[in-house]
Ligand binder design. Structure first.
Ligand SMILES: [Ca+2]
Ligand SMILES: [Ca+2]
Ligand SMILES: [Ca+2]
Length: 409
């Protein structure tokens, strides 16, 4: 590709939109303005009208998928649990609308989530799993607050519980794909065992995290179970972890971090109904170190990699303090900690690449946590920012999208 994957659209005098200034110039367009042209929202408004809605200021996002064709997508949140989604497929010049109904509102409340660790292999002490969950929960909630321009953003209240595998529940072995699916009956058994242990129910979200040692990594997915949103986020310890104790401790922390990142990603699917699209990863691509030689505004490659200072202002990264028994000091890095050549803050352990940075300047490294979904346009899709320019995020707007109405109802 001639230009990096950065989405900061510009348009030319004919109203043609390009993903970034870099792309416009690459295609010979030298006169352009930032943002979408008026043609695009008008085009989308016309499509909405075809499907029975008058939408003066529609949301518009360009996306192309990990799992979808190039599309212009327009989310219309009717209230905090129901949205209608218009998709325009560029290659076939066709459009369709879908309705989604969420289990819990996408803002204005704290979602009670039950996180069940199933100990197939006793890798972590129980108190470690509980403590680390609380550590990452705080970072996830901080991320959610930053994403949502509303007074009462969606938050997660996660109750972790550790159980042994109930009778009849097999160790997950992803045979064909890297995912593993539990049956509804299996989930029932696991859920019952957990609820019996803590004597609490009334959760809106269920997260299953089997802990097991596996040769390769395992993926997660989002779904529904009974009246709960459901995330499968395994803590699959990959490869050889037969190291010295400090190294092993860090590796286990990183594996936990991986599990939580997966949860964060799957929870986003479960909460806002978004697909895996290019845009979900947009900001992450240029704000991670790999993108540091790219100007996020123009989308052009620059000569030199910048340093790790971007962590100080990145909206995508959050600092997680390393556990007390795993402090790593910036001025005396242990010899077993393998630096990665790409930057002074990149490291490698096994096949895991991660970032350590002393964000608060106390000479102790923090692990930089990325919530995986943060892009500006994803926030638009979720209705968490103002689209019709009245200063109120659409999800909380009394008259959203410029006062939309249904035409034929
Ligand atoms: Ca520090
Ligand atoms: Ca608004
Ligand atoms: Ca409005």
């Amino acid at each position: 590709m001639a230009c990096p994957i950065v989405h900061n659209p510009v348009h030319d005098s004919d109203g043609i939109v390009y993903p970034s200034a870099c792309w416009a110039e690459q295609l010979g367009v030298m006169n352009y303005q930032y943002g979408y042209s008026r043609r695009l929202p008008i085009f989308i408004s016309n499509l909405w009208r075809k499907h029975g809605y008058e939408v003066p200021f529609p949301d518009v996002a360009f996306s192309y998928g990990l799992d979808s064709a190039p599309t212009l997508t327009s989310f219309l949140w009717k209230n905090s649990t129901q949205a209608t989604i218009l998709e325009y497929f560029i290659s076939t010049n066709s459009s369709l609308i879908t309705n989604i109904d969420k289990v819990y509102p996408v803002y204005g409340r704290t979602v009670r989530a039950l996180l069940i660790f199933i100990n197939f292999d006793e890798v972590y002490p129980e108190y470690t799993l509980i403590n680390w969950t609380k550590k990452f929960e705080a970072a996830e909630n901080e991320k959610m607050i930053k994403m949502q321009e509303v007074d009462n953003p969606l938050q997660y209240d996660i109750t972790p519980v550790v159980i042994n595998p109930p009778e009849g529940i097999e160790r997950p072995i992803p045979q064909i794909s890297y995912q593993y699916y539990y049956s509804n009956d299996d989930i029932e058994k696991i859920y019952s065992a957990a609820v019996n242990k803590i004597n609490q129910s009334n959760f809106q979200m269920l997260i299953l995290s089997p802990i097991f040692i596996l040769e390769r990594r395992a993926g997660g997915y989002a779904s529904f179970w009974k009246n709960m949103s459901f995330a499968y986020s395994p803590l699959a310890i990959g490869g050889n972890y037969n190291f010295t104790s400090d190294k092993k401790e860090l590796l286990l922390f990183l594996e936990f971090y991986g599990m939580f990142g997966l949860f964060s990603h799957e929870a986003s699917h479960a909460s806002f109904g978004l697909h895996d699209t290019f845009l979900s990863y947009e900001n992450q691509l240029y704000l991670t170190f790999e993108g540091q030689n790219i100007d996020p505004f123009t989308g052009k490659k620059e000569g030199e990699y910048r340093n790790c200072e971007f962590f100080k202002h990145s909206p995508d990264y959050f600092a997680i303090e390393l556990p007390d028994d795993l402090k790593i000091y910036a001025d005396e890095r242990p010899s077993w900690l393998e630096a990665d050549s790409s930057s002074s803050c990149s490291f490698r352990l096994n096949d895991i690449k991660f970032y350590l940075y002393d964000l608060d300047n106390d000479n102790e490294y923090e692990l930089m946590f990325s919530g995986q979904i943060f892009a500006t346009q994803v926030r638009r899709m979720a209705g968490w920012v103002d689209i019709d320019s009245d200063g109120v995020a659409e999800i909380a707007d009394y008259s959203p999208y410029g006062g939309y109405r249904e035409l034929f109802s």
